[in-house]
Design a protein around this ligand. Structure first.
Ligand SMILES: C[S@@+](CC[C@H](N)C(=O)[O-])C[C@H]1O[C@@H](n2cnc3c(N)ncnc32)[C@H](O)[C@@H]1O
Length: 252
């Protein structure tokens, strides 16, 4: 979810090929001209892990840094996730049950359903509109996912082997965030209270209560230390950090 600005040039993280793209905006007094909608919304698709996903302004545009959530799950499943990188020993069962909380477009859940065909994938979101887009993407890719509308784990009545979540973690007070660049995306997909940590902390508490063994969370690297400390208090050891992604192992 990175975006930064300097003078009248804005870099947003969804340029052609997944890298940042440079957008020019004119600044008139206090009022910033609205920039064009992001390319992904204009075209209606965004690449994620080599596949095209339908996106509308009801869902966050998938970001390249989130692809490493898929890598982290493949790593737990003992599968190769990068050419030349030796996979680690399998920690998940052969037919893992995986829950993607805050699925949005469904990009992570659907990618995992395709990359790990022996798994059962659940995808949840608080937004009914997001779940509808995730279902469209599942049909587009002929992927099998089970969708749930829920606040975090409130309506989850089973025990997944691993929970993954790219929940909203942006703090509205961060001065390096360009709110103009983010203004086309749903606020409920971006921002969280308590320095951006409110939903992540609540998920950690709920996961601990359910004795979930593995937890994989995206957040800004500036939040990693605080999250690792909080998770430790709830019985989760940090086992891996990849870019924006933290992997935890519970010792419940
Ligand atoms: C940062 S977006 C991530 C979307 C997608 N997983 C991705 O990585 O592109 C966060 C998602 O969490 C959802 N969300 C926000 N609050 C939630 C809550 N309390 N419970 C469940 N999902 C929530 C939003 O609707 C949004 O789809």
């Amino acid at each position: 979810m990175n975006a930064s600005s300097k003078d009248n040039v804005i870099w947003v993280g969804d340029g052609p090929g997944g890298g940042p793209q440079k957008l020019h905006v004119s600044i008139l007094g206090e009022e910033k001209a609205r920039q064009d909608p992001p390319r992904a919304y204009l075209e209606g698709v965004q690449d994620f892990y080599g596949r095209d996903f339908i996106v509308t302004p009801d869902v966050l545009i998938p970001r390249p840094e989130t692809e490493q959530i898929v890598d982290a799950v493949l790593n737990l499943a003992g599968k190769p996730y990068l050419p030349g990188v030796k996979p680690s020993k399998r920690k998940l069962p052969e037919n893992p049950i995986i829950l993607d909380v805050g699925t949005g477009s469904g990009c992570i859940a659907i990618t995992l359903a395709l990359e790990l065909p022996d798994s059962t994938i659940y995808a949840s979101d608080i937004s009914k509109k997001a779940i509808e887009i995730a279902q469209k993407n599942a049909a587009k890719h002929n992927a099998s996912i089970i969708t749930i509308i829920s606040h975090l784990l409130n309506k989850v009545n089973f025990t997944p082997d691993v929970i993954i979540a790219n929940l909203p973690y942006v703090d509205k007070n961060w001065d390096w965030i360009d709110k103009t660049a983010l203004s086309y995306e749903p606020e409920t997909a971006l921002y969280a209270k308590d320095h951006g940590l409110a939903l992540i902390k609540e998920l950690i508490r709920q996961a601990a209560e359910k004795q979930i063994k593995y937890l994989i969370l995206e957040s800004d690297p500036c939040q990693h230390e605080a999250i690792a400390k909080y998770a430790e208090d709830y019985g989760y050891d940090l086992i891996n950090t990849m870019g924006y992604i933290l992997s935890f192992n519970g010792h419940h």
